[in-house]
Design a protein around this ligand. Structure first.
Ligand SMILES: Nc1ncnc2c1ncn2[C@@H]1O[C@H](COP(=O)(O)OP(=O)(O)OP(=O)(O)O)[C@@H](O)[C@H]1O
Length: 585
C-alpha cells in the first residue's frame, strides 16, 4: 500500500537504479546551461547602457560580443551533454522497467496474465513506458533548464531595480493556478485515454491476427467496424483532452506574455520622473517583460508529466500483481486430489462447486463433458493457474499452494489447444530455454513423430519458425509441442484437446506421439473427442458445475446416462459413411 503512494519522481529513480546517476548528471548540466541564459541579456543591457550614455568603445563592443557568444556556446554544449546523459540514463531505465514487467509477468499466476488482454500488456510495455522516456530524457532536464534561466534573469533584474523586478513576476503568479488546472484536467482525462489506447491495441492485435478470416469472408477493412470504432474512440478521447485544455493553454500563454502591459507604462512613468535611467527602462520594457516566456514550454511539460505519471500507474499496477513466493519441494508421489473445490472466475458465477477427484500416480485420465462445463478449469486449477475459492488441490498429498510455484510448473507439462511457437529455430522451440543437445532434441522429436519432417526442411532443426509459426500446419505444430513436452519429461502431463488440429493422416502420427509422451506419467487429457478415452485408464465427467462421476469407460457406460448417450452419439458419428452423391448412410 505504502509503495503505491510513492512520489512519482522517487519511484522513477528507484526504477532507474544505478542509472539514476546519469539522470542526476544530466539535470546538473541542464541547470548549468540554464545559468548561461543570463549571458546575452547582460551583454545587451550593457550595450544599451553604453549606447545611450554615448560611452560605447570598440573594446566594450568586443567584450559584449564575446560574452554573448561564449555563454550561448556554453549553454548549447551543456544542453547537448545533458541530452546525451539523460538519454543514456532513460533508455537504461526503460530497459530495466521492461525487464521488471516481463519478469513479473513470468512469475504471476497465469490466470492474471490471460485476464489482461494482449493489447493492454502491449500498451504498458510500449506506449506507457515510452512516456517515461519522454519524461526522463527530455522533460526533467528541460524543466530544470527552463526554470533556471528565468530564475537567474530575475536575480539579475533584482540587482538592477528591485520594485520593477518584483512587478515582472506578477504574470507568473497569475499563471500558476492555470498551469495546475491544466495538470489536473489532464490527469483526470488520461485514464480514459489510456483505456481507449489499450482497447485500440487489443483490437489492432485481433485485427492483424484475424486477417485470414477477414480476407476469407471479404469483410474488408471498412466492414471491420470494431477496428474503426476503436480508432474513432481513441481520437475522441484525445479531442476531449484538447477541448478541455486548449482554452487553459491560451490563457497561460496570454498571461505569461502580459508583462509588457505592466512594465512599459510603469517603467515609462519612472523614467519620465527621472527615477530610473533610460537603459533600465529599456531593459525592463524588453527583457523584463520577455524573460518569463522562457517558461512557455512548461505548458507542454505539464501535459507530458501527466501522461508519464498515468503510464507509471499502469506499470505500478502490473508490478503490484501478486506472485507466488517460497514454498516446498515437489512431492515424490504424483497422485492428484481435489477436495471440495469451489471456483469462480469472476466471484459471481461458480464454474465448479464441491468438485472432488482422486487420480493415482501414473494413471491416465480423460476429462469429458459438454463445452463450457469446466474441463479446462479443472486442469488449470491443478497447475495452479488460479487459486481455488474453497477446498484444496493436492499433489502427492501436498496442497499446491505450499509447493514452490516454479517447481510446480517444472513438474507439469502442458500441451494446449492452441500451440504457440516462438520466432526462433525449430531446435529452440523444442528446447524452450533448457540446455539440451541436438541429439536429445532429435530423440524427443522422433518420439513425437516429427523428426523426419524437420529433417526434410531446408535448414533442418535450424529452420526459423516465423511469426506465429505460420509456416507449419496445425498437426505439425502440435507434434513440435509434444516433442517439447517429451523433452521436458515432467511427471505430470496435461493435454488440452491436443489432437484437435489433426487430419486423419496426422492423427495416427499424433496418437503415436501422445502414447510416447504419456509413458510413465500421470496424465490428464481434456477429451473433446471421445476417441481419446481409448488410451486412458479412467474417465472423469464434468457436468452441472462439478465432477459428477469418475470410473472406467465400461463402468460409466453402465451407470452414467449422459456419458452413455455421448458415447452412443460418438459411435453413431464414427459409423457414418458417405454415398456417391454425398448422402449420409
Ligand atoms: N478466464 C476466464 N474468465 C472468465 N470465465 C471463464 C474463463 N475461462 C473460462 N471461463 C468460463 O468458465 C466456464 C468453464 O470454462 P472451461 O474452459 O473450463 O470449459 P471447458 O469444459 O474446457 O470448455 P470447452 O470444451 O469449450 O473448451 C465457461 O463458462 C467459460 O466461459
Amino acid at each position: 500500500m505504502h509503495k503505491n503512494r510513492e512520489k512519482p519522481i522517487k519511484l522513477l529513480l528507484t526504477w532507474a537504479g544505478s542509472d539514476k546517476w546519469y539522470l542526476f548528471a544530466s539535470v546538473f548540466c541542464a541547470f548549468l546551461s540554464g545559468l548561461f541564459v543570463i549571458g546575452p541579456y547582460v551583454g545587451i543591457y550593457h550595450l544599451m547602457d553604453a549606447v545611450l550614455l554615448g560611452t560605447l568603445t570598440r573594446k566594450g563592443l568586443t567584450d559584449c560580443i564575446v560574452l554573448v557568444s561564449v555563454t550561448t556556446v556554453f549553454r548549447m554544449v551543456l544542453l547537448g551533454l545533458s541530452g546525451v546523459l539523460s538519454h543514456k540514463g532513460a533508455y537504461n531505465a526503460l530497459f530495466r522497467v521492461r525487464c521488471m514487467i516481463i519478469e513479473k509477468l513470468a512469475k504471476v499466476p497465469l490466470g492474471y496474465v490471460s485476464e489482461r488482454s494482449t493489447g493492454e500488456i502491449k500498451t504498458v510495455l510500449n506506449e506507457n513506458i515510452e512516456k517515461l522516456e519522454l519524461c526522463l530524457a527530455h522533460n526533467i532536464p528541460e524543466l530544470v533548464s527552463y526554470l533556471t534561466g528565468p530564475v537567474v534573469i530575475f536575480i539579475y533584474l533584482m540587482t538592477v531595480n528591485i520594485p520593477l523586478a518584483l512587478i515582472s513576476l506578477i504574470p507568473l503568479f497569475l499563471d500558476i493556478p492555470v498551469m495546475m488546472a491544466v495538470f489536473q484536467k489532464m490527469s483526470a482525462l488520461l485514464p480514459e485515454t489510456n483505456a481507449s489506447l489499450a482497447d485500440f491495441n487489443s483490437v489492432m492485435v485481433e485485427y492483424v491476427r484475424g486477417m485470414r478470416l477477414i480476407k476469407a469472408y471479404r469483410m474488408g477493412s471498412k466492414s471491420f467496424k470494431k477496428f474503426r470504432e476503436a480508432i474513432l474512440d481513441e481520437n475522441r478521447a484525445w479531442n476531449k483532452i484538447a477541448k478541455k485544455t486548449a482554452p487553459l493553454y491560451a490563457v497561460f500563454i496570454l498571461l505569461l506574455e502580459s508583462g509588457l502591459l505592466l512594465l512599459v507604462p510603469l517603467g515609462g512613468r519612472l523614467f519620465l520622473h527621472g527615477s530610473i535611467p533610460a537603459s533600465v527602462f529599456l531593459l525592463f520594457s524588453y527583457i523584463g517583460s520577455l524573460y518569463l516566456t522562457e517558461l512557455l514550454p512548461l505548458q507542454q511539460l505539464s501535459g507530458n508529466f501527466a501522461q508519464a505519471f498515468s503510464g507509471m500507474n499502469k506499470v505500478k499496477e502490473i508490478l503490484a500483481l501478486p506472485t507466488f513466493e517460497g514454498g516446498d519441494d515437489f512431492p515424490e508421489s504424483h497422485d492428484i486430489t481435489l477436495k471440495g473445490v469451489h471456483f469462480s472466475y469472476d466471484g459471481k458465477i461458480n464454474v465448479l462447486e464441491n468438485a472432488n477427484l482422486s487420480i493415482r500416480d501414473g494413471e491416465k485420465i480423460a476429462v469429458v463433458g459438454a463445452s463450457g462445463a469446466g474441463k479446462s478449469t479443472v486442469a488449470a486449477l491443478i497447475a495452479r493457474f488460479h487459486d481455488v475459492d474453497e477446498g484444496e488441490v493436492l499433489i502427492g498429498g501436498k496442497n499446491v499452494k505450499s509447493i514452490r510455484y516454479e517447481t510446480l510448473l517444472q513438474h507439469i507439462s502442458l500441451v494446449f489447444q492452441k500451440t504457440f511457437l516462438t520466432r526462433d529455430s525449430v531446435f529452440d522451440n523444442i528446447r524452450m530455454g533448457r540446455h539440451a543437445s541436438l541429439t536429445a532434441v532429435r530423440e524427443a522429436a522422433k518420439k513425437a513423430q516429427i523428426d523426419d519432417f524437420i529433417m526434410s526442411l531446408p535448414d533442418g532443426y535450424d529452420t526459423k519458425v516465423g511469426s506465429y509459426g505460420s509456416r507449419f500446419s496445425g498437426g505439425e505444430k502440435q507434434r513440435i509441442a509434444i516433442a517439447r513436452a517429451i523433452l521436458k519429461n515432467a511427471p505430470i502431463l496435461i493435454l488440452d484437446e491436443a489432437t484437435s488440429a489433426a487430419d486423419p493422416e496426422n492423427q495416427m502420427e499424433i496418437d503415436k506421439a501422445i502414447k510416447n509422451l504419456c509413458e510413465g506419467k500421470t496424465v490428464i487429457i481434456i477429451a473433446h473427442r471421445l476417441s481419446v478415452v481409448g488410451m486412458c485408464d479412467r474417465v472423469l465427467v464434468v457436468e452441472n458445475h462439478t465432477i459428477s462421476d469418475m470410473g472406467t469407460h465400461d463402468e460409466l457406460l453402465l451407470r452414467n446416462r449422459n456419458y452413455r448417450k455421448s458415447w452412443e452419439s460418438y459411435e453413431a458419428a464414427r459409423n457414418i459413411r458417405y454415398g456417391k452423391g454425398g448422402d449420409v448412410r
